[in-house]
Design a protein around this ligand. Sequence first.
Ligand code: ZN
Length: 134
Amino acid sequence: MKKLEHIGIAVKNLDESNALFAKILGKPHYKVEEVESEGVRTSFFEVGGIKIELLEATRADSPIAKFIEKRGEGIHHLAFDADPVEDEMKSLSDLGFALLSDNPKSGADNKEIVFLHPKTTNGVLIELCQEKKK
Ligand code: ZN
């Protein structure tokens, strides 16, 4: 892993949380992006080279809706820059970690992403991401 790329936070209302985090961080979010396939609307803040990704569910069967139902709002995942992501997937899978998908998926912020199953990572949902190459 190269570095912590961002921290994902599940929120109920993106607009309210954008205002809240702007107060905390002293600067506004720099983009809002919907990821249709994942059923989420996201926004991004940047602090000292690390991003904060706020995630709001856009439908009831979104993973974010399910997360909030079970655990409430809060930290959802840690995302690490892993380039090339396929190499990192292979070495972690060889070490016995379960991946949530066999191939990287298209995520927000121009990234290819894949998650490690939290049951193999002390309950922490870990995302591996790399910048899309095309
Ligand atoms: Zn993320």
